[in-house]
Design a protein around this ligand. Structure first.
Ligand SMILES: [Zn+2]
Ligand SMILES: [Zn+2]
Length: 350
């Protein structure tokens, strides 16, 4: 099997070298890069490779250890995420209580776990995903473990929001960068591995913006494409409407953010992709646009708002995303974004 991760050759090369030559192995890694590009899979492969029983290429994917890790049944490899278990008797199970954070009680449990020798592994591997969900208290409590974990422990922190991690955490990890997967590689993989029809593979690869994991998920669940279309319909409606509609949209998305940040983030990713396409069309690069099913609308937006309008909109969306990461009021961040968007008929010149 080996690593079997598409489009992350550089990241995998770093990990492969650490497995082959353990003097290069760090005790803490930060896997940083966009969502859905293979970071968690790479962390699992890394845990397998570090513990694989095969003599040759590791991970073999076939030995008992590789298989147990693949199935999440290996006691010495643990994924720690939002809403995981802790040992506080008065706490309910955090996966049932709607927790959106990785809490200090989860970290305290982890500290106990890492202080014990592994059951059978060469390396106990702890994967924190997403590391940006650590509360401030949890991150502080975790610093000591990050600084000097026991020798047989390897920590892997995963994030798509590197800026949201504190410098004290980042500086204690070896960074491994992951990047968006090239469009052609996504298209080929969808056809060859997931047996997608060529036309659909091409469309999903265009819309995926480097996120192979998203393209595969969209292949398996058509809802993702429908949701995406709905966001674009909303964009069109809002651009045609007035301030009242914009404030209403900001309020509803803002209210949603605390309980469902992932959906709000993915809506903003669609906003960004849309304006990126408007910019391309306005700049005469229509063949590079992703949303080719809506070329007519793209052309009309491009004619209406021009390059300058698209750039203004892209900046407004980027600012909103950053404000959300910085824990600004979600509704306020989204209101500001919508007010900064260009208005129909008010072409800013290009
Ligand atoms: Zn193996
Ligand atoms: Zn707890």
């Amino acid at each position: 099997m080996t690593w079997d991760i598409i489009g992350q050759e550089r990241a995998i090369a770093v990990l492969r070298r650490a497995v082959e030559d353990e003097s290069r192995l760090s005790h803490a890694y930060l896997f940083a890069g966009p969502e859905h590009v293979g970071k968690a899979t790479a962390a699992r492969r890394f845990a397998q490779a570090l513990n694989c029983e095969a003599d040759g290429d590791r991970p073999c994917g076939e030995c008992r250890t590789c298989r147990l890790i693949a199935e999440d049944k290996y006691a010495d490899v643990e994924f720690v995420g939002v809403g995981g278990i802790c040992e506080e008797t008065e706490h309910r199970d955090h996966s049932a209580d709607g927790s959106r954070d990785i809490r200090i009680c989860q970290i305290r449990r982890l500290q106990k776990v890492v202080s014990r020798a592994p059951f059978e592994a060469r390396y106990r591997v702890i994967i924190i995903d997403p590391a940006d969900a650590l509360t401030q208290d949890a991150a502080n409590a975790f610093l000591k473990t990050l600084e000097e974990p026991p020798p047989s422990v390897v920590l892997v922190l995963i994030t798509a929001r590197e800026a949201a991690l504190r410098e004290t955490v980042r500086s204690r990890c070896r960074r491994v960068g992951f990047s968006g997967v090239p469009r052609a590689q996504i298209e080929a993989a969808l056809q060859e591995r997931w047996q997608a029809e060529p036309e659909l593979a091409s469309r999903l690869a265009r819309l995926a913006q480097g996120r192979l994991g998203w393209a595969v998920a969209a292949l398996e669940d058509e809802r993702l494409l429908i949701d995406r279309d709905e966001v674009i319909d909303e964009i069109e409606t809002l651009l045609a409407g007035g301030d009242e509609e914009r404030f209403g949209y900001a309020a509803s998305l803002g209210a949603r953010y605390p309980r469902d940040p992932a959906t709000v983030r993915s809506s903003l990713a669609v906003w960004e992709a849309w304006w990126g396409d408007v910019l391309l069309v306005a700049a005469g690069q229509e063949s590079l646009a992703a949303e080719t099913e809506r070329l007519d609308t793209l052309r009309s937006h491009a004619a209406q708002y021009g390059v300058a309008g698209a750039v203004t909109a892209l900046n407004a969306v980027a600012d909103a995303r950053r404000h959300l990461e910085e824990h600004a009021s979600p509704t306020l961040a989204l209101e500001v974004m919508l007010l900064e968007l260009p208005r129909a008929g008010a072409r800013a010149g290009s």
